[in-house]
Ligand binder design. Structure first.
Ligand code: ASP
Length: 327
């Protein structure tokens, strides 16, 4: 099972992060820039690394930035050990897995999104099809499912975990290179790519908060909240309690801070501080975590969750990093 709300909050509380600690962390060293040689791929959590690696492979083979985002995220969506992304995700309070995803492409400021989508193996592909094949930006629920089916996307009959497990046995995941389940193996994948030519794209996919009310939609498919891409500036993505992200348009705010010249890591921190100032909850209970990259090849992350880690991949190396001072 994916992390329960109690575990979720408890884990954040274990981090005991104060607003003062958030401020002090501004002195922490910033991660080095990718140097601009080749693509830079940044995603949430250690499980993002397998997606990053798959994305890089697509780019190396001459695939487009959007192919890299989509196929990279496929890896996490297909991972049956991941209980917060894809059809193996934790069901809602009615026992149904409802998936959220979005995609953004810098040139032309294009976007597509799906929410509360049932029974489709790759919600990120549904989001991409919304962007590329319709005049709309977002489809939800049964409409989104019908659209995905019309587009020929892989589907699962029924929504029970048993049906999924049986189905999965016949459809092995494309990449076996995923870490085993563990304390870090949860939550949303937000994956951002700065292409070698300076083009930026990103995607986001999740089964959302376990045991959510049927129909609940989190931050992940909401543009500007769970993900935002601005081709002139950079991109940002989120993971954590969506309710504490979407009320603040947090990813949009990070990108706007970067537009003012802020380093991506500093922009993530500043947004957490800003939210912490406005939100009545103690900061250590917000459970909000962000990754960001900018047009110059700089990247960073910040989070209130104890141990929030993120994955960074370039031609030179692929690694899981900790955000200093906050986790
Ligand atoms: N942000 C996601 C949601 O609230 C869940 C997560 O990232 O943990 O649906």
């Amino acid at each position: 099972m994916s992390m329960s709300r109690r575990q979720f909050v408890g884990r954040a509380a274990a981090g005991v992060i104060t607003t003062a600690a958030l401020s002090a962390s501004a002195a922490d060293p910033l991660p080095p820039s990718s140097g601009g040689a080749g693509p830079l791929i940044v995603s949430t959590w250690p499980f993002g690394k397998a997606s990053n690696d798959a994305a890089l492979k697509i780019l190396r083979a001459g695939g487009s930035l959007l192919d890299a985002v989509e196929r990279g995220i496929w890896v996490t969506e297909s991972d049956v050990t991941n209980q917060s992304v894809g059809l193996a995700g934790t069901p809602n309070a009615a026992g149904v897995v409802q998936l959220d995803a979005c995609i953004m492409y810098g040139p032309g400021h294009k976007a597509g999104s799906v929410a509360a989508l049932e029974g489709i193996r790759h919600p990120i592909s549904a989001a991409r099809r919304v962007m590329e094949k319709t005049k709309h930006v977002m489809l939800v629920g049964e409409g989104a499912r019908m659209f995905a089916l019309e587009q020929g996307l892989e589907s699962l009959p029924g929504n029970s975990r048993e049906a999924y497990d049986n189905w999965m046995k016949k459809h092995p995941a494309p990449a076996a290179n995923v870490p085993p389940p563990g304390p870090d193996n949860h939550d949303t994948i937000a994956l951002l790519i700065l292409g070698a030519d300076g083009t930026i794209a990103g995607g986001c996919s999740t089964s959302g908060m376990g045991n959510k009310l049927p129909g609940r939609v989190g931050d992940s498919p909401i543009l500007g909240s769970g993900l935002y891409v601005d081709n002139e500036v950079g991109a940002a993505g989120a993971t954590g309690v969506g309710e504490n992200v979407m009320r603040y348009c947090a990813s949009f705010m990070i990108v706007e801070f970067m537009r003012q010249g802020m380093h991506p890591q500093e922009a993530c921190r500043q947004v957490i501080q800003r939210i912490a100032k406005m939100d009545p909850k103690p900061v250590d209970q917000l459970s909000i975590n962000f990754v960001a990259l900018d047009k110059k090849g700089r990247f960073g992350a910040a989070g209130t969750d104890h141990g929030f880690k993120y994955s960074v991949t370039t031609e030179a190396k692929s690694e899981v990093l900790s955000n200093p001072g906050l986790g």
